[in-house]
Design a protein around this ligand. Sequence first.
Ligand SMILES: Nc1ncnc2c1ncn2[C@@H]1O[C@H](COP(=O)(O)OP(=O)(O)OP(=O)(O)O)[C@@H](O)[C@H]1O
Length: 396
Amino acid sequence: MANVENIKKELENIKYPGFAKSIIDFGFVKDIQVDGTNCSILLDITSTAPEVEAQLRKEITACMNALGLNVSLNFNKPQEIKQASNSVSGKNIAPQIKKIVMVSSGKGGVGKSTTTVNLAVASAMQGKRVGILDADIYGPNIPRMMGLNGKEVEVVGDKAKPLNAYGVDVMSMGMLMEEGQALIWRGAMIMKAIQQLLRDILWEELDILFIDMPPGTGDAQLTLAQSVPVSAGINVTTPQHVALDDSRRSLDMFKKLHIPVAGIVENMSGFICPSCNTESDIFGMGTCEALAVQYNTQVLGNLPIEPAIREGGDSGKPIVYFNPESISAKRYMIAADKLIQFLASVDDNIDNSAIQPIMPAGVSACSTEGQKIKAEHEANQKAKSGGSCGTGCGCH
Ligand SMILES: Nc1ncnc2c1ncn2[C@@H]1O[C@H](COP(=O)(O)OP(=O)(O)OP(=O)(O)O)[C@@H](O)[C@H]1O
Protein backbone atom coordinates (compact mmCIF):
# COMPACT_ATOMS: atom_id res chain seq x y z
CA MET A 1 0.00 0.00 0.00
CA ALA A 2 1.38 3.45 -0.94
CA ASN A 3 2.42 5.82 1.83
CA VAL A 4 3.24 9.54 1.97
CA GLU A 5 6.89 8.92 1.09
CA ASN A 6 6.00 6.84 -2.03
CA ILE A 7 3.62 9.56 -3.13
CA LYS A 8 6.21 12.31 -2.65
CA LYS A 9 8.73 10.32 -4.66
CA GLU A 10 6.24 9.96 -7.54
CA LEU A 11 5.37 13.66 -7.42
CA GLU A 12 9.05 14.46 -7.92
CA ASN A 13 8.48 13.42 -11.55
CA ILE A 14 5.83 16.06 -12.11
CA LYS A 15 7.23 19.28 -13.48
CA TYR A 16 5.48 22.57 -12.80
CA PRO A 17 4.08 23.56 -16.23
CA GLY A 18 6.61 25.62 -18.13
CA PHE A 19 9.51 24.90 -15.78
CA ALA A 20 12.23 22.28 -15.48
CA LYS A 21 11.71 21.90 -11.70
CA SER A 22 9.21 19.55 -10.13
CA ILE A 23 6.32 20.59 -7.90
CA ILE A 24 8.19 18.97 -4.97
CA ASP A 25 11.41 20.91 -5.73
CA PHE A 26 9.40 24.12 -5.87
CA GLY A 27 7.85 23.28 -2.49
CA PHE A 28 4.34 23.56 -3.93
CA VAL A 29 3.09 20.33 -2.31
CA LYS A 30 1.89 21.41 1.12
CA ASP A 31 0.06 18.39 2.48
CA ILE A 32 -0.45 14.71 1.64
CA GLN A 33 -2.97 12.50 3.45
CA VAL A 34 -3.44 8.79 2.73
CA ASP A 35 -6.33 6.65 3.85
CA GLY A 36 -6.26 3.15 2.32
CA THR A 37 -6.62 3.59 -1.43
CA ASN A 38 -7.67 7.25 -1.12
CA CYS A 39 -5.30 10.15 -0.86
CA SER A 40 -5.69 13.92 -0.78
CA ILE A 41 -3.03 16.37 -1.82
CA LEU A 42 -2.91 20.10 -1.16
CA LEU A 43 -0.84 22.32 -3.47
CA ASP A 44 0.05 26.00 -3.27
CA ILE A 45 0.70 27.22 -6.79
CA THR A 46 1.81 30.62 -8.02
CA SER A 47 -0.29 30.94 -11.15
CA THR A 48 -3.93 31.91 -11.49
CA ALA A 49 -4.03 30.51 -15.04
CA PRO A 50 -6.66 27.73 -15.21
CA GLU A 51 -4.45 25.87 -17.72
CA VAL A 52 -1.75 25.38 -15.10
CA GLU A 53 -4.18 23.84 -12.60
CA ALA A 54 -5.77 21.67 -15.31
CA GLN A 55 -2.41 20.36 -16.47
CA LEU A 56 -1.34 19.52 -12.90
CA ARG A 57 -4.66 17.83 -12.13
CA LYS A 58 -4.29 15.64 -15.18
CA GLU A 59 -0.70 14.61 -14.47
CA ILE A 60 -1.08 14.09 -10.71
CA THR A 61 -4.28 12.07 -11.13
CA ALA A 62 -2.63 9.79 -13.70
CA CYS A 63 0.40 9.39 -11.46
CA MET A 64 -1.67 8.52 -8.36
CA ASN A 65 -3.94 6.17 -10.30
CA ALA A 66 -0.81 4.33 -11.44
CA LEU A 67 -0.01 3.86 -7.72
CA GLY A 68 -3.48 2.37 -7.23
CA LEU A 69 -4.80 5.47 -5.47
CA ASN A 70 -7.86 7.65 -5.92
CA VAL A 71 -6.86 11.23 -5.45
CA SER A 72 -8.61 14.36 -4.31
CA LEU A 73 -6.69 17.53 -5.23
CA ASN A 74 -6.95 20.95 -3.64
CA PHE A 75 -5.21 24.01 -5.01
CA ASN A 76 -4.39 27.24 -3.23
CA LYS A 77 -3.86 29.90 -5.88
CA PRO A 78 -3.09 33.61 -5.71
CA GLN A 79 -6.09 35.89 -5.99
CA GLU A 80 -7.15 36.39 -9.57
CA ILE A 81 -5.79 39.76 -10.69
CA LYS A 82 -8.62 42.25 -10.63
CA GLN A 83 -9.61 43.02 -14.17
CA ALA A 84 -9.31 46.65 -15.11
CA SER A 85 -12.67 48.33 -15.42
CA ASN A 86 -12.27 48.46 -19.18
CA SER A 87 -12.57 44.70 -19.31
CA VAL A 88 -16.11 45.25 -18.20
CA SER A 89 -16.94 48.24 -20.34
CA GLY A 90 -14.52 47.36 -23.11
CA LYS A 91 -12.44 44.26 -23.72
CA ASN A 92 -9.46 42.65 -22.02
CA ILE A 93 -8.51 39.25 -23.35
CA ALA A 94 -5.26 39.10 -21.34
CA PRO A 95 -6.12 40.27 -17.81
CA GLN A 96 -3.07 38.64 -16.22
CA ILE A 97 -0.86 41.29 -17.82
CA LYS A 98 -0.68 44.48 -15.80
CA LYS A 99 0.55 46.95 -18.39
CA ILE A 100 0.71 46.59 -22.13
CA VAL A 101 3.07 48.80 -24.09
CA MET A 102 2.59 49.20 -27.82
CA VAL A 103 5.87 49.92 -29.64
CA SER A 104 5.10 51.51 -32.99
CA SER A 105 6.78 53.34 -35.79
CA GLY A 106 5.35 55.24 -38.72
CA LYS A 107 7.65 53.40 -41.13
CA GLY A 108 9.73 50.25 -41.29
CA GLY A 109 13.40 49.81 -40.57
CA VAL A 110 13.78 52.59 -37.99
CA GLY A 111 14.81 50.22 -35.19
CA LYS A 112 11.47 49.38 -33.59
CA SER A 113 12.38 45.75 -32.81
CA THR A 114 15.85 46.71 -31.59
CA THR A 115 14.26 49.25 -29.25
CA THR A 116 11.62 46.77 -28.04
CA VAL A 117 14.24 44.14 -27.19
CA ASN A 118 16.59 46.50 -25.35
CA LEU A 119 13.81 48.27 -23.43
CA ALA A 120 12.30 44.92 -22.42
CA VAL A 121 15.61 43.46 -21.25
CA ALA A 122 16.45 46.74 -19.47
CA SER A 123 13.07 46.62 -17.67
CA ALA A 124 13.67 43.00 -16.64
CA MET A 125 17.12 44.01 -15.37
CA GLN A 126 15.30 46.59 -13.22
CA GLY A 127 13.28 43.82 -11.57
CA LYS A 128 10.09 43.83 -13.62
CA ARG A 129 8.37 40.67 -14.92
CA VAL A 130 8.49 41.33 -18.61
CA GLY A 131 7.30 39.78 -21.86
CA ILE A 132 7.63 40.61 -25.53
CA LEU A 133 4.97 39.77 -28.05
CA ASP A 134 6.34 40.08 -31.55
CA ALA A 135 3.25 41.11 -33.48
CA ASP A 136 5.29 42.30 -36.45
CA ILE A 137 3.83 39.55 -38.55
CA TYR A 138 5.43 40.83 -41.74
CA GLY A 139 8.98 40.71 -40.35
CA PRO A 140 9.08 38.88 -37.02
CA ASN A 141 12.73 39.29 -36.05
CA ILE A 142 12.47 39.36 -32.25
CA PRO A 143 13.44 35.63 -31.93
CA ARG A 144 16.74 36.30 -33.71
CA MET A 145 17.42 39.43 -31.65
CA MET A 146 16.73 37.50 -28.42
CA GLY A 147 18.92 34.53 -29.43
CA LEU A 148 15.85 32.28 -29.73
CA ASN A 149 15.91 31.51 -33.44
CA GLY A 150 15.04 27.91 -34.19
CA LYS A 151 14.03 27.13 -30.58
CA GLU A 152 11.00 24.85 -30.30
CA VAL A 153 7.87 26.25 -28.72
CA GLU A 154 6.43 24.01 -26.01
CA VAL A 155 2.71 23.36 -26.16
CA VAL A 156 0.83 22.84 -22.88
CA GLY A 157 -2.69 21.58 -23.46
CA ASP A 158 -3.83 23.55 -26.47
CA LYS A 159 -1.77 26.62 -25.69
CA ALA A 160 1.79 27.58 -26.59
CA LYS A 161 4.23 28.60 -23.88
CA PRO A 162 6.44 31.63 -24.40
CA LEU A 163 10.19 31.03 -24.53
CA ASN A 164 12.43 32.93 -22.15
CA ALA A 165 15.70 34.77 -22.71
CA TYR A 166 17.49 37.29 -20.50
CA GLY A 167 14.60 37.19 -18.02
CA VAL A 168 12.02 38.07 -20.68
CA ASP A 169 9.15 35.84 -21.89
CA VAL A 170 8.98 35.94 -25.67
CA MET A 171 6.41 34.85 -28.22
CA SER A 172 6.45 35.62 -31.88
CA MET A 173 4.67 34.65 -35.05
CA GLY A 174 8.21 33.88 -36.18
CA MET A 175 8.26 30.97 -33.73
CA LEU A 176 4.94 29.61 -34.92
CA MET A 177 5.66 29.56 -38.63
CA GLU A 178 8.36 28.12 -40.87
CA GLU A 179 11.52 30.21 -41.07
CA GLY A 180 11.52 32.56 -44.05
CA GLN A 181 7.86 31.83 -44.80
CA ALA A 182 6.43 34.92 -46.48
CA LEU A 183 3.27 36.32 -45.03
CA ILE A 184 0.82 38.16 -47.20
CA TRP A 185 -2.01 38.70 -44.80
CA ARG A 186 -5.21 40.57 -45.13
CA GLY A 187 -6.84 42.61 -42.37
CA ALA A 188 -9.08 39.90 -40.93
CA MET A 189 -6.18 37.42 -40.69
CA ILE A 190 -3.99 39.97 -38.94
CA MET A 191 -6.72 40.63 -36.40
CA LYS A 192 -7.15 36.93 -35.72
CA ALA A 193 -3.41 36.37 -35.39
CA ILE A 194 -3.00 39.21 -32.88
CA GLN A 195 -5.92 38.06 -30.77
CA GLN A 196 -4.57 34.51 -30.76
CA LEU A 197 -1.12 35.71 -29.73
CA LEU A 198 -2.72 37.31 -26.69
CA ARG A 199 -5.34 34.73 -25.80
CA ASP A 200 -3.88 31.38 -26.83
CA ILE A 201 -0.43 31.89 -25.39
CA LEU A 202 0.28 30.89 -21.79
CA TRP A 203 1.40 34.33 -20.64
CA GLU A 204 2.26 34.26 -16.95
CA GLU A 205 1.45 37.23 -14.79
CA LEU A 206 3.53 40.07 -16.16
CA ASP A 207 4.22 43.62 -15.05
CA ILE A 208 4.85 44.76 -18.61
CA LEU A 209 4.20 43.19 -21.99
CA PHE A 210 5.95 44.98 -24.84
CA ILE A 211 4.25 44.51 -28.19
CA ASP A 212 6.39 45.02 -31.28
CA MET A 213 3.85 46.14 -33.86
CA PRO A 214 4.08 46.00 -37.63
CA PRO A 215 5.16 49.41 -38.96
CA GLY A 216 2.40 51.88 -39.82
CA THR A 217 -1.04 52.57 -38.47
CA GLY A 218 -3.30 49.80 -39.70
CA ASP A 219 -5.58 46.95 -38.67
CA ALA A 220 -3.08 45.43 -36.26
CA GLN A 221 -2.93 48.56 -34.10
CA LEU A 222 -6.71 48.94 -34.00
CA THR A 223 -7.26 45.26 -33.19
CA LEU A 224 -4.75 45.33 -30.37
CA ALA A 225 -6.27 48.44 -28.82
CA GLN A 226 -9.75 46.91 -29.08
CA SER A 227 -8.66 43.61 -27.53
CA VAL A 228 -6.71 44.77 -24.48
CA PRO A 229 -6.23 48.00 -22.56
CA VAL A 230 -2.99 49.51 -23.84
CA SER A 231 -1.34 51.48 -21.04
CA ALA A 232 1.33 53.17 -23.11
CA GLY A 233 2.47 53.79 -26.63
CA ILE A 234 6.08 54.31 -27.63
CA ASN A 235 6.96 55.80 -30.96
CA VAL A 236 10.32 54.86 -32.43
CA THR A 237 11.71 57.12 -35.12
CA THR A 238 14.90 58.24 -36.75
CA PRO A 239 15.51 61.97 -36.62
CA GLN A 240 15.28 62.61 -40.38
CA HIS A 241 12.29 64.72 -41.31
CA VAL A 242 10.64 62.17 -43.58
CA ALA A 243 10.55 59.74 -40.69
CA LEU A 244 9.19 62.48 -38.47
CA ASP A 245 6.16 62.99 -40.72
CA ASP A 246 5.47 59.29 -40.36
CA SER A 247 5.92 59.68 -36.63
CA ARG A 248 3.17 62.26 -36.47
CA ARG A 249 0.82 59.73 -38.04
CA SER A 250 1.87 57.20 -35.45
CA LEU A 251 1.40 59.64 -32.56
CA ASP A 252 -1.97 60.73 -33.94
CA MET A 253 -2.98 57.08 -34.04
CA PHE A 254 -2.21 56.70 -30.32
CA LYS A 255 -4.48 59.65 -29.68
CA LYS A 256 -7.31 58.22 -31.77
CA LEU A 257 -6.99 54.87 -30.02
CA HIS A 258 -6.95 56.58 -26.58
CA ILE A 259 -3.48 55.22 -25.81
CA PRO A 260 -1.40 57.32 -23.39
CA VAL A 261 1.92 58.18 -25.03
CA ALA A 262 4.93 57.23 -22.88
CA GLY A 263 7.35 58.92 -25.23
CA ILE A 264 9.47 58.92 -28.34
CA VAL A 265 12.70 56.99 -28.86
CA GLU A 266 14.98 58.82 -31.24
CA ASN A 267 16.97 56.00 -32.80
CA MET A 268 20.07 56.22 -34.98
CA SER A 269 20.32 59.70 -33.57
CA GLY A 270 24.03 60.53 -33.52
CA PHE A 271 27.03 58.43 -34.53
CA ILE A 272 29.43 56.95 -32.02
CA CYS A 273 32.84 56.43 -33.58
CA PRO A 274 34.03 52.90 -32.75
CA SER A 275 37.67 54.09 -32.54
CA CYS A 276 37.47 57.23 -30.40
CA ASN A 277 33.98 56.70 -28.83
CA THR A 278 32.91 60.30 -29.48
CA GLU A 279 29.41 61.06 -30.65
CA SER A 280 28.81 63.20 -33.74
CA ASP A 281 25.57 64.59 -35.06
CA ILE A 282 24.98 63.45 -38.62
CA PHE A 283 21.27 62.82 -38.85
CA GLY A 284 19.79 65.74 -36.95
CA MET A 285 20.19 64.63 -33.35
CA GLY A 286 17.54 66.06 -31.01
CA THR A 287 14.92 66.76 -33.73
CA CYS A 288 12.39 64.73 -31.78
CA GLU A 289 12.40 67.15 -28.86
CA ALA A 290 10.07 69.57 -30.67
CA LEU A 291 7.81 66.70 -31.71
CA ALA A 292 7.62 65.54 -28.09
CA VAL A 293 6.64 69.03 -26.93
CA GLN A 294 4.01 69.26 -29.65
CA TYR A 295 2.44 65.98 -28.54
CA ASN A 296 2.82 66.77 -24.86
CA THR A 297 5.14 63.86 -24.26
CA GLN A 298 8.84 63.18 -23.67
CA VAL A 299 11.86 61.81 -25.48
CA LEU A 300 12.66 58.55 -23.70
CA GLY A 301 16.13 58.37 -25.20
CA ASN A 302 18.42 59.31 -28.06
CA LEU A 303 20.11 56.14 -29.24
CA PRO A 304 23.14 56.60 -31.45
CA ILE A 305 23.78 54.57 -34.56
CA GLU A 306 26.35 52.20 -33.25
CA PRO A 307 27.74 48.99 -34.80
CA ALA A 308 27.50 47.23 -31.41
CA ILE A 309 23.70 47.72 -31.36
CA ARG A 310 23.32 46.06 -34.76
CA GLU A 311 25.78 43.30 -33.87
CA GLY A 312 23.85 42.67 -30.64
CA GLY A 313 20.66 42.32 -32.70
CA ASP A 314 22.20 40.04 -35.31
CA SER A 315 23.84 37.75 -32.77
CA GLY A 316 20.90 37.60 -30.35
CA LYS A 317 22.90 39.32 -27.61
CA PRO A 318 21.19 42.61 -26.72
CA ILE A 319 23.69 45.37 -25.99
CA VAL A 320 21.91 46.37 -22.79
CA TYR A 321 22.61 42.90 -21.32
CA PHE A 322 26.01 42.12 -22.82
CA ASN A 323 27.65 45.55 -22.75
CA PRO A 324 25.86 47.36 -19.91
CA GLU A 325 28.68 49.91 -19.54
CA SER A 326 28.30 51.21 -23.10
CA ILE A 327 26.74 54.62 -23.73
CA SER A 328 23.84 53.02 -25.60
CA ALA A 329 23.09 50.48 -22.86
CA LYS A 330 23.01 53.25 -20.28
CA ARG A 331 20.58 55.24 -22.44
CA TYR A 332 18.32 52.20 -22.81
CA MET A 333 18.39 51.77 -19.02
CA ILE A 334 17.38 55.41 -18.51
CA ALA A 335 14.65 55.07 -21.17
CA ALA A 336 13.29 51.95 -19.43
CA ASP A 337 13.34 53.77 -16.12
CA LYS A 338 11.35 56.67 -17.61
CA LEU A 339 8.88 54.20 -19.08
CA ILE A 340 8.44 52.38 -15.75
CA GLN A 341 7.79 55.71 -14.05
CA PHE A 342 5.29 56.65 -16.73
CA LEU A 343 3.49 53.32 -16.36
CA ALA A 344 3.24 53.85 -12.62
CA SER A 345 1.43 57.12 -13.32
CA VAL A 346 -1.05 55.59 -15.77
CA ASP A 347 -4.48 54.79 -14.40
CA ASP A 348 -5.12 51.04 -14.20
CA ASN A 349 -8.64 51.66 -15.42
CA ILE A 350 -7.82 52.44 -19.02
CA ASP A 351 -11.09 52.37 -20.88
CA ASN A 352 -11.07 51.07 -24.45
CA SER A 353 -14.84 50.88 -24.77
CA ALA A 354 -14.93 53.90 -27.08
CA ILE A 355 -12.99 52.01 -29.74
CA GLN A 356 -14.85 48.72 -29.60
CA PRO A 357 -16.39 47.56 -32.86
CA ILE A 358 -20.11 48.24 -32.67
CA MET A 359 -21.37 45.44 -34.94
CA PRO A 360 -21.88 42.06 -33.28
CA ALA A 361 -20.06 39.19 -35.00
CA GLY A 362 -21.81 38.11 -38.17
CA VAL A 363 -23.84 41.31 -38.61
CA SER A 364 -22.93 43.31 -41.67
CA ALA A 365 -22.78 47.08 -41.20
CA CYS A 366 -24.73 47.43 -44.44
CA SER A 367 -27.62 45.16 -43.46
CA THR A 368 -30.91 46.58 -42.12
CA GLU A 369 -30.04 45.22 -38.68
CA GLY A 370 -26.54 46.71 -38.93
CA GLN A 371 -27.93 50.12 -39.89
CA LYS A 372 -30.27 50.01 -36.89
CA ILE A 373 -27.42 49.11 -34.49
CA LYS A 374 -25.30 51.90 -35.94
CA ALA A 375 -28.05 54.49 -35.56
CA GLU A 376 -28.71 53.42 -31.94
CA HIS A 377 -24.97 53.55 -31.15
CA GLU A 378 -24.62 57.03 -32.64
CA ALA A 379 -27.62 58.29 -30.68
CA ASN A 380 -26.12 56.87 -27.45
CA GLN A 381 -22.73 58.42 -28.14
CA LYS A 382 -24.34 61.76 -28.85
CA ALA A 383 -26.36 61.64 -25.66
CA LYS A 384 -23.22 60.73 -23.65
CA SER A 385 -20.93 63.40 -25.05
CA GLY A 386 -23.45 66.09 -25.82
CA GLY A 387 -22.26 65.95 -29.43
CA SER A 388 -20.14 63.68 -31.56
CA CYS A 389 -17.45 61.47 -30.06
CA GLY A 390 -14.97 63.68 -31.87
CA THR A 391 -12.12 61.28 -31.54
CA GLY A 392 -12.06 60.39 -35.21
CA CYS A 393 -11.11 56.92 -34.07
CA GLY A 394 -12.95 55.18 -36.87
CA CYS A 395 -15.27 53.48 -34.39
CA HIS A 396 -18.43 54.81 -36.01
N1 LIG B 1 20.88 52.39 -33.03
C1 LIG B 1 21.25 51.51 -33.95
N2 LIG B 1 22.55 51.42 -34.35
C2 LIG B 1 22.92 50.54 -35.30
N3 LIG B 1 22.10 49.71 -35.92
C3 LIG B 1 20.79 49.74 -35.56
C4 LIG B 1 20.31 50.63 -34.56
N4 LIG B 1 18.98 50.43 -34.42
C5 LIG B 1 18.64 49.46 -35.28
N5 LIG B 1 19.73 49.05 -35.97
C6 LIG B 1 19.78 48.03 -37.02
O1 LIG B 1 18.89 48.45 -38.08
C7 LIG B 1 18.22 47.35 -38.64
C8 LIG B 1 16.70 47.56 -38.53
O2 LIG B 1 16.37 47.53 -37.14
P1 LIG B 1 15.04 46.87 -36.61
O3 LIG B 1 14.83 45.54 -37.23
O4 LIG B 1 15.07 47.00 -35.15
O5 LIG B 1 14.00 47.90 -37.24
P2 LIG B 1 12.42 47.78 -37.34
O6 LIG B 1 11.92 49.18 -37.32
O7 LIG B 1 11.90 46.87 -36.33
O8 LIG B 1 12.28 47.14 -38.77
P3 LIG B 1 11.00 46.44 -39.43
O9 LIG B 1 10.17 47.53 -39.93
O10 LIG B 1 11.62 45.61 -40.51
O11 LIG B 1 10.34 45.62 -38.38
C9 LIG B 1 18.71 46.12 -37.88
O12 LIG B 1 19.76 45.54 -38.60
C10 LIG B 1 19.24 46.69 -36.55
O13 LIG B 1 20.29 45.90 -36.00
